[in-house]
Write a new protein. Sequence first.
Length: 500
Amino acid sequence: MAQWTSAMGAAQLARLLNSQQDRPAGPGTRRPPAYRALADGIRLLVLEGRVPVAARLPAERELALALSVSRTTVAAAYEALRAEGFLESRRGAGSWTAVPAGNPLPARGLEPLPPEALGSVIDLGCASLPAPEPWLTRAVQGALEELPPYAHTHGDYPAGLPALRAMIAERYTLRGIPTMPEQIMVTTGAMGAIDAICHLFAGRGERVAVESPSYANILQLMREAGARLVPVAMAEGLTGWDMDRWRQVLRDAAPRLAYVVADFHNPTGALADDDQRRQLVDAARSAGTVLVADETMTELWLDDDVEMPRPVCGFDPAGSTVVTVGSASKAFWAGMRIGWVRAAPDVIRSLVSARAYADLGTPVLEQLAVSWLFSTGGWEQAVDIRRGQARENRDALVAAVRRELPGWEFEVPRGGLTLWVRTGGLSGSRLAEMGERVGVRVPSGPRFGVDGAFEGYVRLPFTVGGAVAEEAAARLAAAARLVENGVGGGGSESPRTFVA
């Protein structure tokens, strides 16, 4: 593993360790030696993603002072962590966190099962809902009526159809962010947008700061592009971003890019507030980091009293620091592969020029369908249907999980499409494996982390409701019982639990 990419201060680590002391111990549990308790505490923080992998830990003397323990205790804890594969050290470079070679690591992104393969399986792997009809059909019919003039052209529009670019720009302007069409490029979904941004700004080996946890498919895209991912843990209680950590990472690691989901974060559902957004933009500007703001969940507030903060790009309207990504795929339908980028005009020109060596452009018919939705008011009505579906599904899933799995913990998000669930100490990877056996497909936490974090979590999307949500929770409970009883793989590579 490479040397550390971020640093954890002694006071900060001590605060995180002290927050664990309220965890109840099992009946008859003996109090471990001080060094062992410290090593276990640091190991748990790494596995939960609260201390990033490849984070430099404080020197032994500094941590001993912060914790009011002896230096010998810290030295013994560090040695135990090294022996277990959770710490690496190099003379002159210090010690930094790691995960052992046998720990479950993220291997791929998330992909839906094809409809013909579903059968009796409840698929909770993909956060996507069926199309909000009749609006999909109407939009396609409207697009077909507008198609003939475009059919007489070459059909290649690398920046997107001028009419759609103008509509997207106007939508930002109406949100209080004056925007010109020259600041917009239409892409093939948000994934196409972020792929183009990564290729433009972050060559192979460049550091990219990401929230921890973050969206699995984007993490995998960046890995395959050769990026060095630098995780930044979310704030306690999933209240948005921990700005002290963000400032530290941007200062110490100097990443070329930072990727964030400020609006109903995937997978946690967190909503960053105005002050966090302003501070992050200021910190990125000072560090010379390009901040990529993913807005694909922006319109999916599920509670009527949610007050949406200002868009991240509202703190950088010229687009010199913030590059914004939007999409129709989450708010409307995953099959509508239309995304867009909002940035400074020179950035858009560079992205358009580079596109000649990628996909040349986005399908015209789908662009016309989204244009029809925007121009007729169909978009707002379709998204309102989508909110209603997601809200009903969320409430049904939350009730079912609370009933079937009362020991699992989560914060109920006020928007978005996903529930981030702590599984009471059970291995998320083993739950995913056992879930396949009992007919429910669920992604484990490590898919959303960097280098094996979040083994004690799973993500549950709001894609099923009613009796199906109840059955999904019942099957998850059955999978949990199998894991608790040690059924299946077993061994050190597929532990029943992820903590001792």
